[in-house]
Ligand binder design. Sequence first.
Ligand SMILES: Cc1cc2nc3c(=O)[nH]c(=O)nc-3n(C[C@H](O)[C@H](O)[C@H](O)COP(=O)(O)OP(=O)(O)OC[C@H]3O[C@@H](n4cnc5c(N)ncnc54)[C@H](O)[C@@H]3O)c2cc1C
Length: 383
Amino acid sequence: MDFNFTENQKAIQASVRDFAQQHILPNRMVWDESQHMPRELFREMGAMGLMGLLVPETYGGAGLGYFEYKIVIEEIAQVCGSIGLSVAAHNSLCTNHILMFGSEDQKQRFLPSLASGEHLGAWGLTEANTGSDAMRMQCTASRDESRKGWVMNGTKNWITHGISAEIAVVLARTGDLLDSRGITAFVVRREQAGFTGGKKENKLGMRSSETAEMVFTDCFIPDDQVLGTVGEGFVQAMKILDGGRISIASLSLGIAKGALKTARDYSLEREQFGQPIGRFQAIGFKLADMHTTIEAADLLTLKACSLKEQGLPVTKVSAMAKYEASEVCVKVATEGVQIFGGYGYTKDFPAEKYYRDSKLCTIGEGTSEIQKIVIARELIREE
Ligand SMILES: Cc1cc2nc3c(=O)[nH]c(=O)nc-3n(C[C@H](O)[C@H](O)[C@H](O)COP(=O)(O)OP(=O)(O)OC[C@H]3O[C@@H](n4cnc5c(N)ncnc54)[C@H](O)[C@@H]3O)c2cc1C
């Protein structure tokens, strides 16, 4: 949807679309099949400003806002959900956490290399037994007064770039279990002793976005790598997820738009009973539903971007955008396979990849059920 985009926004859209067609499209299935995350591609995207989208130019970023951010994630995801997910996680989770809550010194130390794509970022909240219920996390950071720092122990699971990231923002327990003020956010460098990558997941979709464990064994983290105040980490994480939900909504819209386009084009080429299948009302109605629901989810996402840009409360609307766009994405990708018929079930056509990739969107950064809990809670609070 070209929602009154400025000339600059249209130019960004065109250049990312062009890049994705040239550098991602020809390789996406090879990367997907081999679960290869193309590290070099992120450096190329860094040179284009795509790895520091929201980072001000003073720290080496592109200094853009949420509308441009949405445009970029969507354009990449139209071609490959995996690369879209990695760009989203790098920008809106790790990098944005340092941008929002880091000290001036931390911003100067960590943001330029993340924004250039020289370093890849990860964000560790989830653990094996604590996904939706993150407050019960077991990963601890104990005070070491003599060394003026913290000693981290535990494992974070399902982390995007868990093995490859050079810089990670990690949430760990520094206080009592279930105390919302008992969690602190730390920046950890890959080279720090006691920080290693663990098991890499073999996934249904998003296969060229690395998902892996981050393991901490007596990992010493100096005080100058604490983000914000000790005990503020959980509150920070919830604020980061407010923006992160716009990412996953944009990712969902991109995958859905890609699935719709390929299904529409195929429906005009494929003939059965002497005519293109797109001329059958049954297929036309599917396309109409796919298009309409995508546009509606797009408007919700644009509303979330607008609130975020104005600095207004966005929790409810970003949860609504994420919930709606991700559910639409799964439905659209499923109908995409149906329109392709048997060919949609093979790896010779992109419909099956959109279908596999789509499902992550209703799970990552808060499941659909959790989004509904957030929406209901906010709605009741408003009354
Ligand atoms: C590809 C991928 C990338 C990821 N990247 C990251 C990352 O970079 N960083 C990170 O920290 N995490 C990451 N995650 C983790 C992700 O955020 C979690 O998987 C997600 O939050 C769900 O947690 P869970 O998997 O433990 O599911 P669970 O919390 O165990 O949920 C299982 C089911 O129970 C439901 N459920 C749980 N609680 C409730 C409730 N109160 N009411 C109703 N239903 C409920 C859920 O909706 C779900 O259907 C990633 C996950 C994937 C798959």
